[in-house]
Structures are given as C-alpha cells and as structure tokens.
Design a protein around this ligand. Structure first.
Ligand SMILES: Nc1nc2c(c(=O)[nH]1)N[C@H]1C(S)=C(S)[C@@H](COP(=O)(O)OP(=O)(O)OC[C@H]3O[C@@H](n4cnc5c(=O)[nH]c(N)nc54)[C@H](O)[C@@H]3O)O[C@H]1N2
Ligand SMILES: Nc1nc2c(c(=O)[nH]1)N[C@H]1C(S)=C(S)[C@@H](COP(=O)(O)OP(=O)(O)OC[C@H]3O[C@@H](n4cnc5c(=O)[nH]c(N)nc54)[C@H](O)[C@@H]3O)O[C@H]1N2
Ligand code: SF4
Ligand SMILES: [Mo]
Length: 685
C-alpha cells in the first residue's frame, strides 16, 4: 500500500491514478500533498477528454476522506437497528468481525442453503476490481442468491444491446465535429462535465443544440430548441419524429436496406404517433416537434447524447430503443461526430475480460424488489445480507419496504463502506472500506473509451480494507479457496484482463497494462460509427425491432404503456435527477442543509406556496411522505416536481427521501427502476 506523500516544500511528488466513481468521464488524476500537507487532486496532464480539469467533488475529496462519518475500524451493533445514536455501535477487531461473518454465513447455508445469503452491491465504485471479482468467487461458491443489478442502465443496456449489440458510441471528444447536438434526457453540466466545453466548441463552430428534458437544464440556456416533455413520454416523442422522418421523405432508405432489419415493423409501430397525438401525450407544442424533425433531417454530422432520464419509467427500454433508432432511420452514421452516444462500455466487449460470475446459477433477485425480497421470500428467506458499494436504503425504490426489511431482527446485515451511511445504521456489523485513492483498481469509464490502472496514492485510512482483500479473506476463512484463485489485487487484475500466454501472438490486455497506465480499445478512443464500429448483434445489422426486446415487452416493443400511478389525488410527477455535489448518495454526508423540493411557480401558487426559506411542505402519495423545504423553479415544467437523487436522511425533516415515494413497478423490458413514475401531491405543513 502507499507510502505517505511527500510533504516537504519544493517539488511535490505527484502520483498518477484515475477516478473510479460512477461517472462517464473516467478522469486520470494527479495527486500530491502541498507544502501545508493539504491533498491536491487535479487532472493528470495526458487525457483526451478531461482537458486539464476535474469536478469539484474530487478536487475537494479530502473533505470526504477525513469526514467524521469515515469509518476506521469494524463496528458491531449493540443498540437498536436504525438508530442514529453513535453509542449503538462498539468497535471490534477484524478477526472477531470476520469470524462472526463466516459463522453466520456457514450456519445460514447449512440451515437453509446458500440462497439464504444475498450480496447487495452496486455502483459506489465503478472500479472493475471492487465488484464481481473475489466477491463473486465467495458468493458463487456459497451458492448465494444473485442480485440482478437493475437500478440503473438495465433498460438502456437491453435497448442498445438489442438494436446495436452495444456498439461503441460517438466519442464525447468528437462532439466538437457535430453540426447538430441533441442532448436527450442527460444533464452533462452535473453528470459528465467534460462534454460541456465540447458542446460549447461545436457551437462556436456553428453547431445547433437541442435539449429534450422536462427541466430547462443549464445547457438549455444556450440551446436553439428546447422540448420539455412530460417524464415517461419520450417514446411517443421519438416515435413521432421517426414517423415524420419517413412521411416527409427524410428516411435514409439505402442505409436502412443495407444495414438494418425490422425497419418496416418500426415504421408501422411509429405510425400512430401523429404530431398532434404526440404533442398531447408529451405536453409539448406540435411545432417544436416539427422543428426537431426538420433540424435533425437537415443536419449532418448530427449526434444524440442520450442520457438515463428517459429510461427511468415504465416505457424506459422502448423509449431508449426509439431514441437510438433515430440515427439509423435518418442515416446519420458514417461521419465523425454523427450517430449516438449512450454508455460506451461496449468497446471492451471483445477484449476478453474474465467473467468471475460465470456458472453462478442461483436464485435471482431484482434489485428494485429488495424490500419485497427481505420481507416476503421464504424459500429460503434471506438470513444474511451483505451490502457493499451501495447505499440501498437511500437509492432503491419503495424505501419504506427496504427499511422494514432492514429492521427485521432475524436478519444479519453486514455493511462494508468507507463511511457510515444511512444503510449502515441498520447493520449488525459495519466494516471500513478503502476508497479508490487507497487501493489498486482498474477504472473503465462509460463515456471516455479508456481503461486506466489506478494505484493507491494515499495511505489506507485506519484499518480499512479493500473489497478484493476482504472477500479474498472470507473465501479463505470459509474454506472455499481453489488452486490458482486470484486472491489479491494484482492477481485479480491480471486474471480480469485475461492473463494468457500470448508470447506468440498479439499482446494481451494484461501484458499491455503491465507497462502502461492507460489502455485503449482495439477500435481506438474515437471510433466512427459504421466506419470503425459496427453493430455487434448476431445478424451484424441494426435490429430496429429486436426480437428479444419485442418478446420481453408486455405489449410488444415500442407500444406505449400508460402509467397507472397517475391519479387526481397525486397529480405531480416527481423526478429525482443527479446533483452536481454528489455521485448518487456518495458525498451526501458533507452537506447537511434541508433539501427543498422544486416546483414550477404555477404549481407552487396553486398550493399557496411561495418558497420562503422557512416554508415546510409534505410531499406525499400512497407509499409515504417526505417533509422538506420548497424551491420555486421556473426551469421546471408545470406538473413536474423535483427532489434530487441521493439525499441522506439528514436532508429532510422526517428522514425520508424521494425513494419513499417511488413505486417499485418495473420498466417494460429488463426489470428497470421507474423512479420518475412517482406521482405525488404537495401541501404546506
Ligand atoms: N454529479 C453527478 N454525476 C453523476 C451522477 C450523480 O449522481 N452526480 N450519477 C452518475 C450516474 S449513476 C448516472 S446513471 C449518470 C446519469 O446521467 P444523466 O442521465 O445525465 O442524469 P440524470 O440526472 O439521471 O438524468 C438526466 C436528465 O433526465 C431528465 N429526465 C428525467 N425524466 C426524464 C424523462 O422521462 N425524459 C427525459 N427526456 N428526460 C428526463 C432529468 O431532468 C435530468 O436532467 O450520471 C452519473 N454522473
Ligand atoms: N430516486 C432516485 N433514486 C435513484 C436514482 C434516481 O434517479 N432517482 N438513480 C439511481 C442510479 S442512476 C444509481 S447508479 C443508483 C446508485 O446507488 P448506489 O450504488 O447505492 O450509489 P451510492 O449512493 O453512491 O452508494 C454507493 C456506496 O458505495 C460506497 N463505496 C464507494 N467505494 C467503495 C469501495 O471501494 N468499497 C466499498 N465497499 N464501498 C464503496 C460509497 O461510500 C457509497 O456509500 O441510485 C439509484 N437511485
Ligand atoms: S467524478 Fe467524474 S468528473 Fe469528477 S473526477 Fe471523477 S470521473 Fe472526473
Ligand atoms: Mo446510475
């Protein structure tokens, strides 16, 4: 592990690493201590996308690393579950903690089978070693229940894989070459900041910008056209654009003929979405849709930056499929800066990364139904819950159900995290984890198309352990070790990257990584769609009406599903977009101010609210309520309220957050979360 960084005046010794937070940009970082001993984290010199700056969250990460919530030793619960009294936990040694876990896992699996254990992990670290490596060895050999990670990107992955086989997207660096940029349900000013200057540069070169978002996001201020559809209606909007492209003779028939299947089926399914019908369903003016059609048809290179806003509802997968079908219908591929971008992890599809989860064929549990699983499963019930890289109480739908599940006295819960999260307060055992600056890892962004090697650049905090190390230790303690297991970070890295003997042939990823800190995919970091990157579907064509999606959809792909949650009693749609100041709930301990729900001035006035700093409201529906402040926001559209994702219990007056109001029904395909299907009413308290 790392030695302390030099603190002496003079030339500081900077170390290079990369950010593994759940962010598309995957910045490489340079880290040193200044003469006053202050940790300086900045952009490393060599980086295509990062361009010399990083976000303030990571620039100021020392606040997080040394916050009072940071854990330094294992803790055992001695008070009631869920209490915020620090006296509710006592410190114990690692040996004792590990024995306790091994004992509980062993007895649960002997009594009820391995499926009585549920590992619950998500995106806290996107580092490839912190998830699905030694943890997968442990839990698959125990035969533990397997989590379907559906809380984010499941519908969009299903849609982009179905249509294009996860083809590489347009590089964010290449947006400078575009003539038209459509930012559709993404908010790069918060969620992937390095795209913003690229868009600005393109605009300086004459590019037009369109924003499709229920809110006027910061980029809307510089946009040529802004459409504010009601959340969950992008499917209608995209199908209408598709219909109009065809109707007006703007469809690229020769591209469709040569590279796609299912075009006629798509055309027929889009046909019901006339301008007027789509305008009424989406709550946007028909002439705005008309302008979008004409601008899109007339511009090349035209690129769509599709975000994750359009997937978080009942129509999520169909909506994303329809959005990414647009460049195929209009023939926008084949030029630099033309096509679409969603997640770019597909460029590594053929890289031969090892799948440590192969052969783990246990009972699957949808992440959006964890509350139900904890309360309702009985064959066998969940007896041991192991949470890491995740703050499920704050980030999963139906928060009250999750809370009731965590409160079960007969459930043994371990939470392994760098900080004392809200979820950790419900644990029987809390274990301190290292952060990405303290362990070795492999960082793969989902925007920038590189894999970085990350190294420990600061000393380990207290007795924290890395994920690889902790799960390896449990593999050993439970007697599950097999010869050749990669049970430390270096061997896990080599195994992940496929350490094979390639002495005769081309160098493998692992070998390249031994000498370089940054490796690029075989298509390079700025592939052009349909020049360098082609569909990776089994047919090699764009499957515009992909059969697997069509079969999985309750009514058939692209068929609009009404949202039954909307009622007269709860007329406002609640969205919970990302905050600039956090990554999901990560860093949420650093700000303790009261959250305020955003309301359009008309919606606020209709409820007698004026947004005074001391005004308090109750936001409620059948599932629960949140007591918080109010913010009047003319950038929202009427009928849409906003409460940011990733709040902690200390951010509201009753400890509940937006997920207390989010139903746990699933998206059309792939079992995705429907955060933005929440419908609420707001009243003064
Ligand atoms: N600072 C910061 N960066 C992050 C994150 C973070 O929490 N904070 N989270 C990371 C993660 S986990 C992810 S998945 C990505 C997400 O990246 P983005 O997709 O860019 O972020 P979101 O805020 O989820 O949603 C984007 C936009 O969708 C809009 N929206 C909501 N519902 C709809 C809809 O139905 N249709 C349309 N068209 N728009 C809609 C919201 O108003 C929001 O502006 O960002 C990553 N980067
Ligand atoms: N209402 C609403 N809820 C949402 C969303 C929404 O739009 N609306 N968006 C969803 C989205 S897009 C996502 S991706 C999920 C994210 O949900 P989560 O995956 O729960 O993400 P975080 O809240 O950031 O929590 C991650 C935890 O991992 C910890 N961690 C970080 N690094 C490590 C490590 O190396 N080891 C260990 N053991 N722990 C580590 C962090 O400290 C943090 O507590 O939230 C979802 N929740
Ligand atoms: S969170 Fe995103 S922008 Fe910030 S340093 Fe990490 S990769 Fe870069
Ligand atoms: Mo996410």
């Amino acid at each position: 592990m790392a030695e302390p960084l030099a603190r002496t005046a003079g030339t500081p010794v900077a170390r290079t690493t990369a950010c593994t937070l759940d962010c598309p940009d995957s910045c490489s970082l340079s880290v040193h201590r200044d003469a006053n001993g202050r940790l300086v984290v900045e952009a490393a010199a060599h980086d295509g996308l990062t361009d010399g700056f990083i976000c303030s969250k990571v620039r100021r990460i020392e606040r997080h690393l040394s916050s009072p919530e940071r854990l330094s030793r294992p803790l055992r619960r001695v008070g009631p579950k869920g209490s915020d009294d620090p006296a509710g936990f006592e410190e114990i040694g690692w040996d004792e903690a590990l024995d306790l876990i091994a004992e509980r896992m062993r007895s649960a699996s002997e009594r009820s089978g391995g499926e009585a254990i549920l590992p619950l992990s998500y995106g806290g670290s996107n580092g490839l070693l912190t998830q699905d490596t030694t943890d997968a060895l442990l839990f698959s050999r125990l035969g533990a229940s397997r989590l379907q990670r559906t809380v984010c990107a499941a519908p969009s992955t299903a849609a982009t894989s179905g249509l294009y086989g996860k083809m590489a997207g347009v590089a964010l660096e290449d947006y400078v070459h575009s003539e038209l940029i459509v930012v559709w349900g993404a908010n790069p000013s918060a969620t992937g900041i390095h795209l913003v200057p690229k868009i600005r540069r393109a605009q300086e070169n004459g590019a037009r910008l369109v924003v499709v978002d229920p809110r006027r996001i910061p980029l809307a201020k510089q946009a040529d056209l802004v459409l504010q559809p009601l959340p969950g209606t992008d499917l209608a909007l995209a199908l209408c654009v598709i219909r109009e492209l065809w109707r007006r003779g703007h469809a690229d028939e020769s591209f469709l003929e040569r590279y796609t299947s299912g075009a006629e089926e798509l055309r027929q399914r889009a046909d019901e979405w006339t301008l007027d019908r789509a305008a009424a369903t989406c709550g946007v003016a028909a002439n705005s849709i008309d302008r979008l059609v004409e601008l899109y048809a007339a511009s090349s290179p035209a690129v769509i930056r599709c975000g994750w806003g359009p997937e978080r509802n009942r129509n999520g997968a169909s909506a994303i499929a329809a959005i990414v079908a647009l460049p195929a219908v209009a023939g926008k591929f084949g030029v630099r800066g033309g096509g679409y971008t969603m997640s770019n992890t597909g460029v590594w599809r053929d890289a031969g990364l090892r799948d440590f989860t192969a052969g783990w064929n246990a009972r699957q549990i949808n992440q959006n139904h964890v509350g139900r699983a904890l309360l309702e499963l009985d064959d066998p019930p969940i007896e041991v819950l192991f949470v890491y890289n995740h703050n499920p109480l704050m980030t999963l739908p139906e928060q009250e159900r999750v809370r009731r599940g965590l409160l079960r006295e007969d459930l043994f819960t371990v939470v392994f995290d760098p900080v004392m999260t809200d979820t950790a307060r419900y644990a029987d055992l809390v274990l301190p984890a290292t952060t990405f600056l303290e362990h070795e890892d492999v960082a793969r962004g989902y925007g920038q198309m590189v894999i970085h090697r990350t190294r420990p650049v600061i000393p380990v905090h207290g007795e924290s352990r890395s994920n690889v190390d902790l799960f390896a230790e449990l593999v050993r303690r439970l007697g599950l070790e097999r010869p050749g297991d990669p049970l430390d970070e270096t061997s896990a890295r080599r195994a992940l990257l496929g350490e094979t003997d390639r002495s005769e042939g081309p160098e493998g990823l692992a070998q390249r990584f031994e000498r370089r800190d940054r490796i690029e995919p075989s298509v390079g970091t700025t592939p052009i769609q349909f020049v360098d990157a082609f569909p990776l579907t089994s047919s090699g064509r764009v499957e515009l009406c992909a059969e697997a999606l069509d079969r999985a959809h309750p009514r058939g792909l692209y068929r609009f599903l009404e949202n039954p949650a909307a009622t007269e009693e709860h007329p406002l749609t609640l969205i919970s977009p990302a905050s600039r100041h956090r990554i999901s709930s990560t860093f949420g301990q650093l700000d303790r101010s009261l959250a305020r729900i955003g309301l359009h001035p008309d919606d606020a006035a209709a409820r007698g609210l004026d947004g005074r700093p001391d005004e308090r409201v109750r936001v409620f529906n059948r599932l629960g309520e949140v007591i918080c402040g109010v913010r009047i926001d003319a950038d929202l559209r009427p009928g849409v309220a906003e409460l940011q994702k990733g709040l902690w219990s200390h951010h509201t007056a009753n400890g509940r957050t937006s997920n207390a109001l989010v139903p746990d029904h699933l998206s059309d395909v792939a079992g995705g979360a429907c955060f933005n299907d929440a419908r609420v009413e707001v009243e003064a308290v």
